[in-house]
Each structure stands twice: as structure tokens, then as C-alpha cells.
Design a protein. Structure first.
Lengths: 81, 405
């Protein structure tokens, strides 16, 4: 099921250690590059809930998610950002 | 070319591994160590390549160990194998994946925040007790208390048991950290494992009767659906107890020593407590408590231009990678403001330390507490000794003193 809000997702490669947890939880959105770190394939390819779950499960807090139109932080949530 | 020594247990290598790794990295970064019987990697890029490739580099230590043993040895190791073979750290996908996804939500950076108030309280109470004394042996008087209390809380065990759990954990440690030729190593480790298993069984049984939202209940839920076995549950609890406390305790000691040797950085942190996150990352990089990890090669593969063959084993130099000048500017300088700091103290790849966020939080609380409450201490000894192990960076003791009042 696609996300209905247009999203922006970024993976910080200074933090990503290649745990692959995001890929396991949301494989249509996240994949590994040649160096074994996570990259974003398609921001529309999974539900918001699944994408936020992947971000939350990242052991390094390397994934950030925003509402593309407004720039509002979705993960980490506003209070933490 | 002068030949570098292959004795990883030599006193000078144990005392100062960082100088040894520098020399090795400069002369032979993918080095066949004849004595250890495997390849030693000391460059950041090679270390990261291996850690992120679980296809060519297996963590199934027990399978490889099993092949090297005689039938008689296999029998006497059986009780240890029964538990250790189920440890997530020694498993490959797909079983590793299943366990990791099950446990991970309990250890995310946000999830572990629930333990922070408890840790802050322990640190405060301990410093209340110790501050006025002007001296302590950091490991026994302070460092081991914090992680031990946290993981007893994690498994829902009573705090009063911590001395016993520590003792059994040390016995189990004998399997990894004592020389392979020490005859009692196996018995000591078996005693430790058996004690930990028997200790955990009633706790697990109790949780089966009265499930909660704790970690053991989580594991039991997966046992119920048939995803994992009871042996997996018990083995995982043993791992959490064992893996969760020595390493954190040693980081507390190593980090304190690093600060003592860089008093300007103690002052910096004291005056700027807001930098604690970067500061802890730098302590992890500078002198992490796990010097190296091991992998076993499943298929021929090239690393750093050398062919590494199926069946070979590889010593992955985490501390060596963390001081690689090719990756870190002025790697031998402790810079608490270093940012970014992509160290490998917790490894990388699918086996990246499950407890990393929990450890980070404990270290943040410990070092905030220490630097806020005490002036920079000095060493109360002129001789420091480290446990002789290839894997751990573990001081035998750390006596320190400071000015009171």
C-alpha cells in the first residue's frame, strides 16, 4: 500500500552501518548500495507506517523522514528533531 | 622488511595494541598470521567490507570450531556448544535475521530511553557514596555496577543476584578469554554456563505463567508461535547477561583512563556537558572494549587485493580500523568533539551490536556524572595491566584518586 503523503527520506551515510534492518522491514523502499549501506529506492513504495517503523528500528537513527511539501519532520518526530 | 611479530598475546601487544596495529597496517594490512592461523585486517575499508558481507564471511563460530575438534573434545564441549551455538552473535541468516528482527525493537535508540532514569539514579547514588572518599578502584567500585544493574532489570531478575551473575559470567568468559591450552578452561566455562542457565530457567518459567512487556516475555511469545525454541530463549538470555556487562564495564574503564590521560578533555566535557554524545562516540573509537572480532570464510574472496580462501578465518581489527589515518584525522588524538565519527567499535553489518544504544546511554550517564561531580582524577598506580586476550581490551584494575572538596 502506498503512502498518501508525499515523503522525503534521507539516510545519513556517516551513521549507516549496514545493519540491513530497514531493507528487511521495507524492501521496496530501502536497498543496499555497493558499499553495503542503505539507500532510498522509492519513497512511495510502502505505507507511511512501515517506513516510520523502519526508521524507528534503525540502530543508528540514520534515517530521517519529512513531509515533502511542508518540510515537517515525521521521523525523528518534531519534539526530538 | 622487518618481520612483525605474530604473537597477539605478547605482553607489549596486550599493553599497547594500538602501536602494534599501526605497524601492522603500515607494513601488511591484510596479513597472514601464521601463529593465530588466519588473516589479520587492520585497515578501515577492509574491516568494513568484511563486516558488511555476511555471505562470504560467516559468524557461525560453532560450526567451524566443531570441525576442528576430536570426537572426545566434541563431547566435553557439548554443554557449552548447546548454548553458544544458539547465540545470535554466532548465527548466520536466516536464523540470525529472525532473532534480530524479534529483539531489535527492544533495543532501538528510543526504546532504551526507558532505562535512562534508572541509570542516572544508579550513577548518582554511587557517586554520592564515593565522591568523598577521594579514591576508588574504578572497575569493582563503580564500572561493573551500572551495566549489571541494567541487564538484571532487562531480564527482570532481582538486583540482589548481581554478585552471583557476575561470577558466572566471568566463568563463562573463560571459554573465550583464557588461552586455549588452559586445561580447566572448559570446566570453568561449563560451570558458568550451567549456573546461568539454571538461574534463568525459573525466571523464564515465571514469565511464562505471568507474561509482561519485558524482554523475556517477548522471547516467549516467539517461542509460542514456534518461531524459536526454548533453548533459543534461554541461550539468548545468557548472551544478554554475558554480552551486556563486560564490554560496557570495560568501556567505562577505558574511557575514564583516556580522559585521565587527556585532562583538557575532562575539563572540556565538564564545562560543556552538551557534547556528551560525541564524547562517548570518541571514547568508543579511541579505545573500544572489543579489539577484534572473528569471521570464517565461506567462499574465496578478495580483500585489499589479496585472495582469501574458503575455510580461512579472519581477525577483524575493530580497534585497528578505528585508528586508521586513512579514515580518521589525527587518529591517536582523543578529540571529544570529533564529528562525524563513523567508528566500528560496535562493528558494522548485520551483526552490529544489538546493545549499542543501551551501552551508549549508560556511557553518557556515567561520563556526565563523573565529569560533573569529580575533578579530573589521577592514576593511583604507576603500572596498568590488561587481561591477556586477543578480543577484549580489559584492564585488570584501575585505581584512581582525586581531590575532595
Amino acid at each position: 500500500m502506498e503512502s498518501s503523503i508525499k515523503l522525503k527520506i534521507a539516510v545519513d551515510h556517516n551513521k549507516c552501518v549496514g545493519s540491513t534492518i530497514c531493507v528487511l522491514l521495507s524492501p521496496k523502499v530501502f536497498a543496499l548500495n555497493q558499499a553495503g549501506q542503505s539507500i532510498v529506492l522509492d519513497v512511495t513504495a510502502d505505507s507511511l507506517k512501515a517506513i516510520l517503523n523502519a526508521a524507528d528500528n534503525c540502530p543508528q537513527s540514520a534515517i530521517r523522514v519529512w513531509e515533502a511539501e511542508t518540510g515537517k519532520p515525521l521521523f525523528p518526530p518534531e519534539e526530538e528533531a | 622488511m622487518t618481520t612483525i611479530s605474530d604473537d597477539l598475546m605478547a605482553h607489549e601487544v596486550i599493553l599497547d595494541p594500538h602501536s602494534y596495529y599501526h605497524e601492522l597496517r603500515e607494513t601488511d594490512p591484510v596479513h597472514w598470521n601464521e601463529r593465530w592461523g588466519g588473516w589479520v585486517l587492520t585497515k578501515y575499508d577492509d574491516v568494513v567490507q568484511v563486516l558488511r558481507d555476511s555471505v562470504h564471511f560467516s559468524s557461525d563460530r560453532m560450526a567451524f570450531l566443531d570441525k576442528e575438534l576430536s570426537t572426545e573434545q566434541r563431547d566435553s564441549y557439548a554443554p557449552i556448544f548447546k548454548v553458544l551455538s544458539k547465540w545470535i552473535v554466532f548465527r548466520d541468516p536466516p536464523m540470525h535475521t529472525k532473532l534480530r528482527l524479534l529483539l531489535n525493537p527492544h533495543f532501538t535508540p528510543r526504546a532504551i530511553e526507558r532505562y535512562r532514569p534508572m541509570v542516572r539514579g544508579i550513577v548518582k547514588r554511587m557517586l554520592d557514596k564515593l565522591e568523598g572518599k577521594g579514591q576508588m578502584e574504578l572497575l569493582n567500585d563503580f564500572a561493573y555496577q551500572v551495566p549489571m544493574s541494567v541487564l538484571l532489570e532487562l531480564i527482570g531478575a532481582p538486583l540482589v543476584d548481581r554478585e552471583k551473575v557476575k561470577e558466572w559470567s566471568e566463568q563463562l568468559g573463560a571459554f573465550f578469554f583464557i588461552r586455549a591450552d588452559e586445561p580447566r578452561r572448559r570446566e570453568i566455562a561449563c560451570e558458568g554456563i550451567n549456573s546461568l542457565v539454571e538461574y534463568l530457567r525459573p525466571i523464564v518459567a515465571q514469565r511464562r505463567e505471568h507474561p509482561g512487556v519485558d524482554l523475556i516475555s517477548l522471547l516467549l511469545g516467539a517461542e509460542e508461535t514456534g518461531d524459536i525454541t526454548e533453548d533459543d530463549v534461554i541461550a539468548t538470555c545468557v548472551l544478554l547477561v554475558f554480552g551486556g556487562h563486560e564490554t560496557t564495564m570495560n568501556l567505562i574503564a577505558n574511557g575514564t583512563l583516556a580522559l585521565i590521560n587527556h585532562p583538557d578533555q575532562w575539563e572540556l566535557l565538564k564545562q560543556n556537558p552538551g557534547i556528551i554524545e560525541n564524547a562517548v562516540e570518541e571514547m568508543l573509537r579511541f579505545d573500544g572494549s572489543v579489539k577484534a572480532t572473528v569471521r570464517w570464510v565461506t567462499e574465496d574472496v578478495t580483500v585489499g587485493g589479496k585472495l582469501i580462501k574458503k575455510g580461512d578465518r579472519v581477525l577483524v581489527g575493530l580497534s585497528a580500523a578505528n585508528r586508521d589515518p586513512g579514515k580518521f584525522n589525527h587518529p591517536d588524538v582523543l578529540d571529544l568533539n570529533r564529528d562525524p565519527n563513523p567508528h566500528v567499535a560496535f562493528a558494522h553489518g548485520i551483526h552490529v551490536c544489538l546493545g549499542a544504544s543501551l551501552a551508549r546511554m549508560e556511557l553518557q550517564e556515567v561520563f556526565t556524572g563523573l565529569t560533573q561531580r569529580l575533578p579530573c582524577p589521577v592514576l593511583a598506580t604507576d603500572k596498568l595491566e590488561y587481561h591477556a586476550t586477543v578480543v577484549n581490551r580489559a584492564l585488570e584494575s584501575l585505581p584512581i584518586s582525586w581531590k575532595v572538596g
